[in-house]
Design a protein around this ligand. Structure first.
Ligand code: MG
Length: 215
């Protein structure tokens, strides 16, 4: 029987490589933090009003069904501000709400040196991609599979198939790390190894992760 070895690490961005942005519970009360709450505040509308206004345009933007120009046009019209200002609000909000997971990047570059492929499988629209995935951090990745570029998002199984194809490996040779359980399910079905990410501390303790460094 062939023993499969991990040869590529595939990672989510929001909540894994870029930490933060999540809503949380505090003393039993729901505290909606994050980019969209920040945006609602900046635009001086309620969060419900804000979510209603971005609705379809935002959903289409994630799979690149609307061009960046068109999305900004629609949203700036909905909010009554210029495209330029809206874009700046978004970029600032993403940067304010997320922090690059430097510790994890360092580990990945170490693994890359050891011969592993490193890649991204992420749902982004063009503005979150621009803010959260700077060229200087991602230029050494082997593959960047981002929903707004490939036209499909997680957990649609097509994006996992695409990842396997692009990495040019057997699914059993891939380790996928995501902070959402529902994004791991389709990967598991394809035979991809998975880890549910909660924190660096937890990830670095996982057996399958530790084994990567014992080559
Ligand atoms: Mg995520």
């Amino acid at each position: 029987m062939k023993k499969w070895q991990i040869r590529a690490i595939l990672l989510d961005v929001g909540g894994v490589l870029a930490l933060g942005g999540n809503s949380k519970w505090k003393k039993g009360k729901f505290i909606p933090s994050g980019v969209h709450l920040n945006m609602a505040k900046k635009l001086k509308v309620s969060i419900d009003q804000y979510l209603d206004s971005i609705d379809t345009a935002y959903v289409y933007a994630i799979t690149g069904k609307l061009s960046p120009k068109k999305v900004l046009e629609i949203l700036s019209q909905n909010f009554g501000i210029s495209s330029k200002k809206l874009k700046k609000f978004y970029l600032d909000s993403y940067k304010k709400n997320f922090k690059q997971n430097k510790k994890l990047f360092n580990k990945l570059f170490e693994l890359k040196k050891q011969g592993y492929k490193i890649a991204v499988l992420s749902d982004q629209w063009f503005l979150s991609k621009e803010a959260l995935m700077p060229e200087k951090l991602y230029k050494n990745f082997d593959e960047l599979i981002v929903s707004c570029d490939v036209g499909v998002r997680k957990p649609n199984q097509k994006i996992y198939q695409l990842a396997v194809k692009k990495l040019n490996l057997s699914s059993k040779e891939i380790l996928f790390i995501d902070n959402q359980k529902w994004n791991l399910e389709p990967a598991k079905k394809f035979g991809i190894n998975v880890i549910l990410f909660k924190s660096n501390k937890q990830l670095f303790k996982e057996k399958i992760w530790r084994n990567l460094f014992k080559k």
